[in-house]
Ligand binder design. Structure first.
Ligand SMILES: [Zn+2]
Length: 433
């Protein structure tokens, strides 16, 4: 009788525009735990924010790692600290929870751009808004991970889950060489079935967006040189054009010949003269010269942001072709810095993950999330795994002013992001929908 009634109800149900299911009992329990533990997690966030962890404050980064360890070990995670002294950074926290489910990699970071010298050091709360150094980037994201895992533990969905948490200690200033600095993250990405990155949630006009792509971020240095001599001889066969005309030719060639969608390359600093130099950090230039002397040297530094590995390789080659077409009696050398971020390309696999998240949104009564324009997002650690595993980013908290005094978050977003994450991770881990 019951079955018959159920069948009748199914037949009578109107065609829904999108499949909607009720959350399971475990999912309801996870939502409830997140809500109940909201104050606990605001307090945890406050402690993490008040511990300075600028990327170069190695003891501070380790201290925030210890706070994360104290949260994860009681949940059954095996936690290890991967020392990164050889790259000049503190290290990374890698935590694993063994289970029979598909392996899910959760990515966040412990460091911030605010070193101990910064005047911006404290957590402050006004109602549902809180400010503090690294509060959204990325301590809020780390707390979302912890809140979601605690909710899973309480609801019983963590027990069989296979989860790896990688919290890097140098996301804001990657140690060198990058191959060592990102070795453990890349390895975790290779064996994972899915990767979820907990950097800031993209929000616009009060709409939450999904991050299925991020552009790369790399730096380049361009040096040109020419014969120097009296300016009356410039353009002639002996002196040629000098370093500054060669630099101008190349940069103008970049501007005119390379533009295409999802690509930018900025020139951040430039100097030319006889002589000209740049400091080891690549931020400060010095130059002197006289109007009647043809310039011997010019230096410029800039960045390159691309959406796919294919675009990245093609544009680098295009830049090199422009560089190589030297003006008479000049030379030029283009060098890409190491330690950049690879792109997280918008793949079908990443889109499928956002579709899974939107199914969670529908079932929990949360708004669905459209794809965010990758040209408007910065690069992140997810770029290091995205070539190997389907990846979804921007699962951290909502806020603004990241990397600046007054960085803030909306504390309510901590709740909905932790609920979304707990249900999504549980469903991905145990299969089915
Ligand atoms: Zn970040």
């Amino acid at each position: 009788m019951r079955l018959f009634l159920a069948a009748l109800l199914l037949l009578a149900a109107p065609a829904a525009p999108a499949a909607h299911a009720e959350p399971t009992g475990a999912e309801r329990a996870m939502m409830q735990t997140v809500t109940q533990e909201h104050d606990r997690h605001i307090a945890l966030l406050e402690r993490m924010v008040n511990q300075n962890s600028g990327s170069l404050n190695l003891a501070g980064v380790r201290a925030v790692g210890d706070m994360a360890r104290a949260e994860l070990e009681p949940l059954g995670f095996e936690v290890r600290w991967v020392d990164m002294t050889e790259t000049g950074r503190a290290g990374h926290l890698v935590a694993t929870h063994a289970g029979r489910g598909r392996n899910i990699l959760l990515i966040g970071h412990l460091d911030t751009v605010f070193e101990p010298e910064s005047p911006f050091q404290r957590f402050e709360r006004t109602g549902s808004r809180a400010t503090g150094p690294g509060i959204g980037d990325d301590k809020g994201g780390v707390v979302v991970i912890i809140a979601a895992l605690r909710a899973m533990q309480a609801a019983g969905t963590l027990k069989d889950a296979s989860i790896t948490v990688v919290l890097t200690g140098d996301e804001e200033r990657i140690g060198a060489p990058a191959a060592i600095a990102r070795r453990d993250l890349v390895e975790a990405g290779r064996v994972a079935a899915f990767a979820l990155e907990f950097e800031n949630l993209a929000v616009e006009d009060e709409q939450d967006f999904g991050t299925i792509a991020r552009r790369s971020s790399n730096n380049w240095t361009l040096r040109t040189s020419g014969r120097t001599g009296h300016s009356s001889g410039v353009f002639n066969d002996t002196l040629g054009y000098g370093a500054i005309y060669e630099m101008a030719r190349i940069l103008d060639g970049f501007r005119r010949e390379l533009p295409e969608p999802n690509l930018t390359y900025n020139v951040g600093v430039i100097a030319g003269g006889t002589p000209a130099a740049i400091d080891a950090e690549g931020f400060s230039v010095t130059a002197s010269g006289k109007t009647n002397i043809v310039a011997s040297t010019a230096i410029a530094r800039g960045d390159l942001r691309t959406l796919t590995a294919e675009q990245d390789a093609r544009i680098r080659a295009g830049m090199q072709t422009i560089v190589d077409a030297h003006l008479p009696r000049t030379e030029a050398e283009l060098v890409f810095g190491e330690g950049g971020y690879p792109p997280m390309a918008p793949t079908e696999g990443n889109r499928a993950l956002l579709a899974r998240l939107n199914a969670v949104n529908r079932d929990l009564g949360l708004p669905e999330m459209a794809e965010y324009d990758p040209a408007r997002r910065g690069a992140a650690d997810s770029g290091f795994v995205a070539a190997d595993v389907d990846t979804l980013g921007g699962l951290g908290v909502a806020g603004g002013n990241a990397h600046a005094d007054g960085e803030w978050i909306d504390l309510d977003s901590l709740v909905r992001q932790s609920q979304r994450a707990a249900v999504l991770i549980s469903r991905l881990s145990l299969g089915g929908d």
